[in-house]
Design a protein around this ligand. Sequence first.
Ligand code: SF4
Length: 239
Amino acid sequence: AGRSLQQGNGMLVAQKQRGYYMVQIPLTLGDIKAEVFHSLADIVETHGEGLLHTTQQQNLALSWAAESELPELLQGLDTLGLGGSRPAVLRDMVACAGASTCRLGICLSRGLAEALAGELSQDGLDLDSLGELKIYISGCPNACGRHPVAQIGFYGVARRVGSRLVPYYMLLLGGMVEEGKTRLAQPVSTILARNVPSFLVEYLRSFQNSDKYPDFEAFLDGKGRKIAEDLALSYMEVL
Ligand code: SF4
């Protein structure tokens, strides 16, 4: 089981009940192919509590997996392409349906999530050091993408530039859901939609380069919000 615990690093959360684990099964923005889902159901039927839960981070979770069954379970998930850990910041990123399928949508929130994941993965950032940073995206001011409780949230807006409407995102910072500490994210600035990935990489780099702050919350309580305001100015305009 020791080897399986290593393999499942990032997928396993020890339960309070000794010897049992919750297995987090990461999906990309909640997507899973029907045939993979059928095969997953076969695995789940014979493991843990035999039930899959959907999570608010658009992933799946199986509880009550005994330590002794982890090697077979993780191997089965691997075979379906559902094994292996991803940095938590990518695993937990959330986006609503967005304008591609939602008639209320203004921006393509899923497209932004994919662009962010690509940019963050390629840009030499230490994603593991970002911990479970929550980045949530909605394609309009409605909150289906849960941006009001994101540490870094975005929602789609349209701004008139000359004679045309241009997609922008409103950036919000500092939301949190935790007992006794829950608070809503506060709006900071609008950013041109196509500039959001570059903005985010530069912003997170400034957080990583400031060793003064132990975590992102401390960064926000310090200079993080002002840094975002200043940085957003250079990502705001249509050139
Ligand atoms: S947040 Fe807006 S765009 Fe996204 S699903 Fe809800 S209504 Fe549609």
